[in-house]
Design a protein around this ligand. Structure first.
Ligand code: PEP
Ligand code: MG
Length: 554
């Protein structure tokens, strides 16, 4: 590099730092040319069918290797490669004289457009289709699939962005850090990087300048990627990594002045519980019960549910376990809570609204929770999603009390609930803030839509003021206020949230260590000062900047 100093800046995910050589993700395959095939349609059809079959097998194999959430994503992609509507479209295009490559590309692209125009959850699946299409075309052209490069030694992966299959399958022994040109703080890549504990900088516009072999320092705490660092910088990175590893993972969460802040885990299945406890989770701040039943055709019975909850509770004896009753609808449809077609499902009959209409489902769930909790040592807290006002709060609290549940609260994620937080907190034992939906609804920006991803930023002062309203209500009434959305996993934002009145923070377990270390650097007065700066900022970027600057000068 001949002494050239270069720096690229983006949005850091977490507070980690790493140093290593760049390895770039290969560019996507070019679109196949639209030329008339020189072969008979039957030959092209057979080629297409072989390539689709091979892609299905590849994806299923990758899924089996990855396990967990990644397995579901990859198996869903494998099914896309066998979708009858797409196959029929490919056949038609081949009969009209197109090559197998072009027919596959056009059919998947048409389908992708349809999904993207539907918005919400479906739009996200459009990107997955594109990845499937690339895989089939790579088979047809007998070229290597553009994907995460393979190397014998560890590297910093630099990419435009990553497909879900790429992120899910990253070899954590090899990928030291991740730098992407696209993506915001709540993009799919950022969320997965956070849950896997990968040092990452996303949305780094200058990432295209980073070439294979350059040595870079990736610093998530500043969002900077420094090319050709000096030996002093490399030594400082090593010292920071050692200091980070030295934070005892099991010390209870607290600020520098000893103010306790419980650090809890967000879970989607009882199977994740013991790993979360090992990573230092002091309990569970959000158990998303709908994830247990996404594939179920019928409402799960009381017995079946009780067994699942018992496994969860047994992993946290004597600890708080916060279970959210089914949050169905919008991006998480459940077959047994049939939805009418809705133009805007995120604004539709979801969460507590759907449960109220099918009360027996809610009653069965409360009964199963009460029974599982009766013979367990876990401290069960129960909450309802998408509650907007006093009527819905009173409805849920009284129903839960009928089943003998002692600690009952609501998830504050609709702006109405934040505005009416004083009325609501008076009627509950606790409130937990779902910052993902609270951000989506405050900013009026679909949380699953890439085109409005920049609005989905919990640092936005409008969102922080909503949180403050809930924090103030909790502080005034002496009621616990938790945070269970992604925001809690951003270490510096976590400090701001505590300054706004949060008493506990729940997140993906991999983020606990970074947040624990960051909290220990600030007193309550300091956190309140940073919170005051953030809510006076004029944009999310401004809030991030003023808080980072105040933090580094302290
Ligand atoms: C939220 O909305 O912030 C939340 C925690 O719930 P979910 O992400 O499941 O909607
Ligand atoms: Mg939510």
């Amino acid at each position: 590099m001949g002494g050239l100093i270069m720096q690229v800046t983006g949005i850091g995910v977490g507070r980690g730092v790493a140093v290593g050589p760049v390895l770039r993700m290969p560019e996507p395959l070019p679109d196949p040319e639209d030329i008339t095939s020189e072969f008979e349609p039957l030959v092209e059809l057979e080629r297409a069918s072989d390539a689709l079959g091979a892609t299905t097998d590849d994806l299923n194999l990758l899924g089996a290797r990855a396990g967990g959430d990644a397995k579901d994503v990859l198996e869903a992609q494998a099914l896309m490669a066998q979708d009858p509507a797409v196959l029929e479209d490919i056949e038609e295009r081949i009969s009209s004289g197109k090559t197998a490559e072009r027919a596959v590309f056009e059919a998947f692209r048409a389908y992708q457009y349809v999904l993207e125009s539907m918005g919400g959850y479906m739009a996200g699946r459009g990107a997955d289709l594109k990845d499937v299409s690339q895989r089939v075309v790579a088979h047809l052209q007998r070229v290597a699939l553009p994907g995460v490069p393979v190397s014998d030694s560890p590297f910093v992966l630099v990419a435009k962005d990553l497909a879900p299959a790429d992120t899910a399958l990253l070899d954590l022994d090899k990928v030291l850090a991740l730098v992407t040109r696209d993506g915001g703080p709540t993009s799919h890549t950022a969320i997965l990087a956070r849950s896997k504990g990968i040092v990452a900088v996303v949305g780094a516009l200058g990432a295209d300048e980073l070439a294979d072999g350059m040595t870079v320092v990736v610093d998530a705490s500043t969002g900077n990627v420094v090319v050709d660092p000096s030996p002093d910088v490399i030594a400082a990175v090593a010292a920071r990594r050692a200091a980070h590893a030295a934070v005892a993972p099991l010390t209870p969460g607290a600020l520098a002045d000893g103010t306790p802040v419980s650090l809890l885990a967000n879970l989607g299945s009882p199977a994740e519980a013991s790993a979360a406890a090992e990573l230092g989770a002091e309990g569970v701040g959000l158990f998303r019960t709908e994830f247990l039943f996404l594939g179920a055709a019928e409402a799960p019975g009381v017995d079946e549910q009780r067994e699942q909850y018992r496994v969860l509770f047994d992993a946290f004896p004597g600890k708080k376990v916060t279970v959210r009753v089914l949050d169905a609808g919008a991006d998480k449809p459940l077959a047994f809570l049939p939805e009418a077609h809705e133009e805007n499902p995120a604004l539709g009959r979801r969460g507590i609204r759907a449960l109220r209409d099918t009360e027996q489902v809610l009653r069965d769930q409360l009964q199963a929770l009460a029974e599982a909790s009766a013979d367990s040592e876990a401290d069960l807290w129960v909450m309802a999603p998408m509650v907007a006002d006093v009527a819905e709060t009173e409805y849920f609290v009284s129903l839960a009390r009928e089943y003998g549940l002692k600690t009952v609260g609501i998830t504050a994620e609709v702006p109405a609930a934040a505005i009416l937080a004083d009325q609501i907190a008076e009627r509950t034992d606790f409130v937990s803030i779902g910052t993902n939906d609270l951000t989506q609804y405050t900013m009026a920006a679909d949380r699953l839509l890439g085109t409005v991803a920049s609005y989905q930023d919990p640092w936005h002062p409008a969102v922080l003021r909503m949180i403050k309203s809930i924090g103030d209500a909790g502080t005034g009434l002496g009621k616990p206020v938790g945070i269970c959305g992604e925001a809690a996993a951003d270490p510096l934002l976590a400090v701001v949230l505590v300054g706004l009145g949060a008493t506990d923070l729940s997140m993906t377990a991999a983020a606990l260590a970074d947040v624990r270390a960051e909290l220990l650097r600030h007193t309550l007065a300091d956190a309140q000062h940073l919170a005051a700066l953030a809510i006076d900022a004029t944009s999310a970027a401004d809030a991030r900047r003023v808080v980072s600057e105040a933090d580094s000068s302290h």
